[in-house]
Design a protein around this ligand. Structure first.
Ligand code: GLO
Ligand code: MG
Length: 344
């Protein structure tokens, strides 16, 4: 029995286009994806603003809200909950140089317009959270922006959103690089600092993605633990990554099984999910998969996560305590590896 509720975004099933080659599978319509997500065992859906309302730039504020209400009806019909809405501030011609930290005032205003509309969409979908994945907030050319001003602009944007809606919560999804070289908010430590410097720290928290922590050379379970200690871990994007290279979004646990186990273990030990938090699986299927394999990575990630939940439930805390008392960490480490290998 799983103790967690799992969530996923429509971008996690995609046609396989990357920077070096075109699509290799057909696009699957949104309605079809969400039916399948439910069948696979997901309870939550994550949205970009324009996943919910595709042509939003050319719509009035009222039209945007009405379109989002139709999506809410679709979610209700399928027994699904909207977890968050993220303004997609990296695709638009207005956000080539970033959104909140763009050097253009007009483009910064556009970014805020999208952030406010994302809050409207979240309210229409019944989602309590906005996610800020700050994809292009940072620099490609270091001298093009001031790191001090970048940080202040980011804080101003967060404060603007808090003021726009008295209830909405903001979760910053930190990532150190890609597509920018140096990000304005690379780790959960930075996110916590922004939270405490904001107008309402109780409404600004973090979303930790495993791969993003690894890209920063950090351990995802420890990043999760740090934010949990602050009471500010409000979502996670579990996936996997082979070292510090491009963001791979591999299925959860396929590269670093022990690290994956420790992520599940720290979430479980600290009652993650008891305040409605979801475990998001931000994974992508390999480009080599055929059409019928479009959901394989989601099935695999869920299977691995649930198997690791069971391993965490079986973890022998009495033995761990004994090892700690004797300072016999070799024995403890061997126990963990044997547990993961199915020898315990
Ligand atoms: C990319 C991010 C991305 C976000 C998503 C939600 O590196 O992980 O997938 O999670 O766009 O904002
Ligand atoms: Mg992510």
């Amino acid at each position: 029995m799983s103790t967690f509720r799992y969530s996923v975004g429509p971008w996690n099933v995609h046609s396989g286009a990357d920077s070096y080659g075109p699509a290799v599978r057909d696009e699957i319509p949104f309605e079809e994806k969400i039916v399948r997500f439910k069948e696979l065992g997901f309870d939550g859906i994550q949205f970009h603003d324009d996943d919910a309302v595709p042509d939003m730039n050319n719509m009035t504020e009222k039209q945007i809200i009405n379109a989002a209400k139709d999506v809410k009806a679709l979610l209700d019909k399928n027994g699904l909950e909207a977890e968050f809405v993220a303004p997609r501030l990296w695709m638009d011609p207005h956000t080539i140089d970033g959104g909140f930290t763009s050097n253009s005032k007009e483009d910064r205003e556009f970014a805020m317009w999208r952030a406010y509309r994302s809050i409207d969409i979240a309210n229409a979908l019944g989602a309590k959270n906005i996610v800020l994945w700050l994809a292009r907030e940072g620099t490609l050319c270091y001298e093009s922006k001031s790191p001090v001003e970048n940080t202040r602009r980011l804080l101003d944007a967060v404060n603007g959103m808090l003021a726009y809606d008295p209830k909405i919560r903001i979760m910053i999804e930190t990532k150190p690089n890609e597509p920018v070289d140096r990000s304005a908010c690379p780790t959960l430590g930075h996110c916590m600092a922004i939270s405490y410097a904001s107008g309402d720290p109780s409404r600004v928290g973090g979303l930790l993605e495993s791969a993003h922590a690894m890209l920063a050379g950090l351990d995802p379970a420890s990043e999760i633990g740090f934010a949990l200690a602050m009471g500010k871990l409000w979502s996670v994007h579990l996936n996997d990554q082979n070292g510090m290279k491009f963001d791979q979004d591999k299925s959860f646990g396929v590269e670093n099984l022990r690290t994956a186990f420790n992520q599940i273990k720290v979430l479980k030990e600290n009652g993650y999910g008891s305040r409605g938090e979801f475990i998001g699986l931000d994974v992508k299927v390999m480009r080599t998969e055929k059409q019928e394999g479009s959901y394989k990575h989601l099935e695999n990630s869920l299977r691995i996560a649930k198997a690791l939940e069971e391993k965490a439930a079986r973890f022998d805390y009495a033995f761990q305590k004994k090892c700690v008392e004797k300072r016999d960490y070799e024995a403890l480490e061997m126990y963990v590896v044997e547990l993961l290998m199915g020898l315990k």
